[in-house]
Design a protein around this ligand. Structure first.
Ligand code: NIG
Ligand code: FE
Length: 415
């Protein structure tokens, strides 16, 4: 028998429903329900509305009533659409060297950079990695993040990439939040590989891609398109092959130099992430396309770089998600809410645009149609903040955290 639950009264419920998928959003477009309630049917939302009306309505359903006695603001569970939380070790030394003024090359020469994390991650077992992921995903959960994308990319060989993706799968089975895995075998040319970039990519497409399908490890392929990683020219055949096999494409694009976003648009990628180096030309093309831009303020804060031109992307009509990029190198903070609100202050984003970037627009960046807004038939993933207005949440820049997090109809975290 399906169990119904009614939760409320909720001081203010922000459903994020009926907002535009692309372009700028004004704060006055963000509607909310005061003294609201949510009726849950199993894992899904059955109804939302005024609490007192819902209470009458649910009498016949025999719903369990969960009464809230203090003020709360309810939002959809947040979605972090770009992370690298499957890693071992630390790169605190890189961070210290970079802040002291060392160049990328000097850090790499001192044994730092992505390759350092590859070395440390290769030493870890699948189970150790899965524990690392679970620890980090549970920290995110306390900030209201109920869905987390997780990339491989610190294995960089067939076996090591498989180990990472199996660790993500294992963690997902043991977590309350949902992990969305992505294969980033094209993160850099592994230093122990003796062939060319093209040979490495060929090996991945012919040997790893079929395994990903067979073991159902991911349906998403990512690549770091950058001078120091893979050129636009070398990556086209890789992405075409991935598309042919039915994978969705996402791209690390225009982080240091422009080029990747054009690849993303041409290939019909679901998202182009980073874009710190995008100029007006790239912004126009991406905004006109169906590819979602993903801003990663955590990488700008971690590297001391400029932010993704989020304002320009939105004003040009693009869709913008915001993600943490949590990784041991460029984005060690791993705090989506703080970073999204800081991006808002620098890029002059409305609170509506910020919330959209971590809810329904982030869901679209992961091709997830069952979450990101609070509406009937959507997953009952939501968070309750101990405050009376949604503006308070971003105003506190990540320091106001949820007192309750609900996932698939269950209370999974309470402060
Ligand atoms: O998204 N840009 C490439 N990859 C990561 C950084 C990975 C690392 O430094 O370990 C990023 O910023
Ligand atoms: Fe990244």
């Amino acid at each position: 028998m399906i169990q119904y639950k009614l939760i409320g009264p909720i001081t203010q419920l922000v459903s994020m429903d009926n907002l535009p998928f692309k372009g700028a959003i004004r704060n006055d477009e963000l509607s909310s329900i005061e003294n609201a309630g949510i009726v849950i049917e199993g894992e899904y939302i059955y109804a939302i509305g005024i609490y007192s009306e819902l209470k009458e309505f649910i009498v016949n359903l025999g719903a369990e009533i969960i009464e809230l006695s203090s003020e709360h603001v309810c939002l959809p569970g947040f979605i972090d659409a770009h992370t690298h939380i499957c890693f071992a070790g630390s790169r605190a030394n890189d961070y210290a060297m970079r802040n002291e003024g060392s160049s990328y090359l000097e850090i790499a020469k001192a044994g730092g950079g992505i390759w350092d994390t590859v070395t440390q991650t290769r030493k870890a077992t699948q189970q150790e990695l899965s524990h690392c992921i679970m620890k980090r995903a549970n920290l995110l959960l306390k900030n209201g993040i109920t869905t987390v994308e997780v990339k491989s990319g610190y294995g960089l060989s067939i076996d090591e990439e498989l180990k990472m993706l199996r660790a993500i799968k294992e963690a997902n089975l043991n977590l309350e939040s949902d992990l969305i895995p992505t294969c980033l075998a094209a993160h850099m040319l592994p230093k122990d590989y003796t062939g060319t970039h093209e040979m490495y990519l060929n090996e991945i497409t012919s040997s790893l891609f079929p395994m990903l399908k067979m073991e159902n490890l991911t349906n998403r392929i990512d690549a770091f398109v950058e001078q120091s990683a893979f050129s636009a020219k070398s990556i086209y055949p890789y992405f075409y092959k991935a598309k042919e096999m039915g994978f969705d494409i996402t791209v690390h694009a225009d982080q240091f130099t422009a080029g990747g976003s054009e690849v993303a648009v041409k290939i019909g990628a679901v998202s182009a992430d980073h874009l710190e180096a995008s100029t007006d030309n790239e912004i126009k093309k991406i905004a006109e396309s169906n590819t979602i831009s993903v801003a990663l303020p955590g990488a700008s804060i971690g590297l001391g770089h400029s932010f993704t031109p989020a304002r320009k992307i939105l004003d040009a009509g693009g869709s913008l998600a915001i993600a943490s990029d949590w990784n041991p190198g460029s984005a060690p903070m791993g705090d989506l809410l703080s970073q999204a609100s800081i991006l808002g202050t620098f890029e002059k984003l409305s609170n509506a645009e910020i919330f959209a970037g971590i809810t329904y627009r982030a869901a679209a960046a992961l091709m997830l149609k069952d979450r990101g807004v609070l509406a009937p038939k959507m997953l009952a993933d939501f968070c309750l903040f101990p405050t009376n207005h949604y503006n308070e949440i971003l105003y506190h820049q990540g320091k106001l955290t949820p007192s309750q997090v609900w996932k698939r109809g269950d209370l999974i975290y309470a402060e």
